[in-house]
Design a protein around this ligand. Structure first.
Ligand SMILES: Nc1nc2c(ncn2[C@@H]2O[C@H](COP(=O)(O)OP(=O)(O)OP(=O)(O)O)[C@@H](O)[C@H]2O)c(=O)[nH]1
Ligand SMILES: [Mg+2]
Length: 230
């Protein structure tokens, strides 16, 4: 008897792609710019979301989906700012998938959101494989992690629209070379934007805010043009 070989990963990813497409269409229809934020644990995803809320909300109405293995620590911080948030817990899991995001979307007031952040589970490997239906992928790499991350974990950086080098206030205490890091990223992904910033001092944050506002304007005008076509 022949040995059966099951290509489970392909099936899972195939199903995920379909669900991600549904999410994308739903978010487009509602004109909600959606950003999938990924990094290793502790790189500063929640800090970035909180700083962005403090700066842009409610002029730009923000909503958040938090993905974690356990706890609602991050969701509580967002909730304190009176921003709609859903926490997804994935015991034993290492990434969000499109089905989880679809469920979260059912539990958010989508009519009251212009910009949706999805904070993925802290992990520099698995989340890269799973499209959630987002418009843009933003990867954080913090300076204490070292400047070799794009060389060691290439997939995440290959798929990124923006790479944020976080915690640059710590640079004087570290061997992190921004030029070495940036070279590693651009070798994988020539079109990616790289913004160094610090959530602690605010240095570099204005570039991030400008990029977000530009993306939101672009999405809105693109969709308005589409919907006004005969
Ligand atoms: N020095 C410094 N510390 C920062 C900065 N941004 C975040 N931190 C600190 O880094 C730690 C982790 O930050 P979080 O924002 O919780 O990181 P995260 O990526 O959301 O972490 P997980 O959700 O656990 O993956 C916290 O103690 C933050 O205060 C920064 O720009 N500079
Ligand atoms: Mg977090």
């Amino acid at each position: 008897m022949e040995v059966k070989v099951l290509t489970i990963k392909e099936d899972i990813l195939g199903i995920n792609e379909k669900r991600a497409k549904n999410n994308y269409e739903r978010l487009n229809e509602k004109r909600i710019l959606t950003i999938n934020i990924m990094s290793s644990p502790g790189a500063g995803k929640t800090s970035l979301i909180l700083q962005t809320i403090d700066r842009l909300h409610p002029k730009l109405r923000i909503g958040v989906i938090e993905g974690d293995v356990a706890s609602q620590v991050d969701a509580d911080k967002v909730h304190q700012r009176k921003v709609p948030v859903v926490q997804i817990n994935i015991p034993g899991g290492c990434h969000l998938d499109a089905n989880m995001v679809a469920n979260a979307l059912n539990n958010l007031p989508l009519m009251e959101i212009d910009l949706l952040f999805i904070e993925n589970v802290g992990n520099l490997i698995c989340p890269a494989d799973f499209d959630l239906g987002e418009h843009k992928r933003v990867i954080l790499a913090s300076t204490p992690e070292g400047d070799d991350k794009p060389y060691k974990y290439p997939t995440m950086f290959t798929e990124a629209d923006v790479v944020l080098v976080t915690k640059i206030d710590l640079l004087p205490h570290l061997d992190f070379q921004l030029s070495r890091f940036s070279e590693g990223v651009t070798r994988l992904n020539a079109n990616v934007k790289i913004f160094p910033l610090s959530c602690k001092t605010g240095e570099g944050m204005s570039q991030w805010f400008s990029w977000l506002l530009y993306q939101r304007r672009y999405l809105k005008t693109r969709l308005i043009r589409q919907s006004s076509q005969p």
